[in-house]
Design a protein around this ligand. Structure first.
Ligand SMILES: C[S@@+](CC[C@H](N)C(=O)[O-])C[C@H]1O[C@@H](n2cnc3c(N)ncnc32)[C@H](O)[C@@H]1O
Length: 404
């Protein structure tokens, strides 16, 4: 049997959720969810009800989760593991998910479904394929022209300690993924010196907490990571267009490096791709990359966030993600804060501009409406820089109005 299939038949991943309602009520959060990221994936139209969604390599829960959280969508889940699909079937029956269909197949053969999709999620899967490019090409082949694929692949540098451990266990001949091997993995981790880099990784990984997660991390027989340039090449080689990172703040210096620091100024001289790659090396923590891609014939106007375009300020409507403004007081400056994003302190003119964000005004209209005494040219320059910073730090997304 194929070694990847054999693993996921025996060690189904992730930990099966027994009750999706309780899981959702507990506030569990899916990175790259189509609704949650609607403005990132479709800046011109936002999330639409009634989409055709494919969950490629759905594992034990993800297709049912999608069907539950997107009740007007038609959701198809595919996976090569019968054991995982059996759990998805159980969730489908338990929660009456009529909008869910499940298929046992390799995602490389997805064209056999004879369907196309508005949205495809493939999270933690493509890096396990013998030929990831062929897999992504197959997904691109069933994507509608305005559709989006959300991808999560492993990060090369942030996962380095995991690959050290994989090499160790391979050296020890632990290639069978037995209970005995899992027990030895656990015992070995207990004995690692306290300076070992795995400890930092382990603090952030939920996979360390269950056996199938430990197998997935340390005893996987087919897994490759991606650096930023490798991820961009991967998309290009599959004949698709890179659209954006789901969390731009991990790939930009804003919020991490002061704007007046010489490092920031050097980083700003780079192309986007070079700057993202540099920030991955600077950060050192990217254990995964979450991003979205689309077809190369999708209209650029409908998704490109390009601050250099002269019409951008008049098309882009800033939308606050989770952030709000804490006004100045008690000797503290005004600060924009949000969930899992770096706080930004604002001088009074930027506070006045920030207050104009209402979900319908464009950048240009926000700048015009702000009661600030700044010459128009300077206002536009600094205002645009400010909105770019809010976007790069994950405080806002943009909805794009039609270009005139
Ligand atoms: C790490 S799990 C991720 C599961 C799910 N996407 C999630 O995030 O919860 C990887 C899944 O991909 C499936 N898989 C691996 N290779 C595949 C392939 N070529 N075609 C379809 N599914 C595949 C495995 O069976 C497994 O269920």
């Amino acid at each position: 049997m194929d070694k990847v299939k054999a693993q996921y038949e025996r060690w189904i991943y992730p930990e099966p959720i027994e009750d999706l309602e309780a899981w959702i009520a507990g506030g569990a959060f899916s990175i790259g969810d189509a609704k949650h990221c609607g403005d990132i994936f479709w800046p011109a139209t936002g999330y639409r009800e009634g989409m055709n969604i494919l969950v490629a390599g759905c594992g034990a829960n993800q297709a049912a989760r999608y069907a539950m959280q997107h009740p007007t969508a038609k959701v198809a889940g595919i996976d090569l593991s019968e054991a995982s699909l059996a759990h998805e079937e159980k969730l489908k029956a338990k929660h009456g998910l009529e909008n869910l269909t499940l298929h046992r197949m390799r995602l490389e053969e997805v064209a056999e479904l004879g369907q196309t999709f508005d949205f495809i999620a493939s999270s933690g899967v493509l890096h396990h394929l013998p030929d990831p490019v062929a897999g992504l090409k197959a997904l691109g082949g069933v994507l509608d022209r305005d559709g989006v694929i959300f991808i999560m692949v492993y990060g090369r540098y942030g996962r380095a300690p995991v690959y050290m451990m994989q090499d160790l266990f391979r050296t020890l001949g632990m290639t069978t993924q037995t209970e005995e091997d899992v027990a030895l993995v656990k015992a070995t981790i207990q004995l690692l010196p306290k300076e070992h880099p795995l400890h930092t990784y382990a603090k952030r990984s939920s996979d360390m907490k269950f056996d199938a997660g430990l197998v997935d991390l340390f005893l996987h027989q087919q897994d490759r990571p991606y650096s930023v340039p490798e991820a961009l090449d991967f998309v290009h080689d599959a004949g698709l267009a890179f659209q954006s990172w789901v969390e731009p703040m991990y790939y930009n210096p804003d919020g991490h490096v002061p704007e007046n620091h010489p490092l920031y100024q050097r980083l700003e001289k780079l192309s986007d791709a070079e700057r993202w790659a540099a920030m991955e090396l600077f950060g050192g923590f990217h254990a995964r990359h979450d991003f979205c891609v689309c077809r190369t014939d999708r209209a650029l106007d409908s998704y490109q966030i390009d601050f250099t375009r002269p019409d951008f300020p008049d098309r882009a409507v800033p939308i606050l993600r989770t952030s709000s403004l804490a006004p100045a007081g008690d000797g503290k400056p005004a600060t924009v804060t949000g969930t899992r994003v770096p706080p930004l302190t604002l001088p009074p003119p930027l506070v006045a501009i920030f207050r104009q964000i209402d979900g319908s005004r464009t950048i240009g209209e926000c700048l015009q409406a702000a009661p600030v005494n700044i010459a128009p040219e300077a206002l536009r320059h600094h205002g645009l820089r400010f909105f770019r910073s809010l976007w790069r730090t994950g405080h806002v997304t943009f909805r794009l109005k039609e270009s005139s």
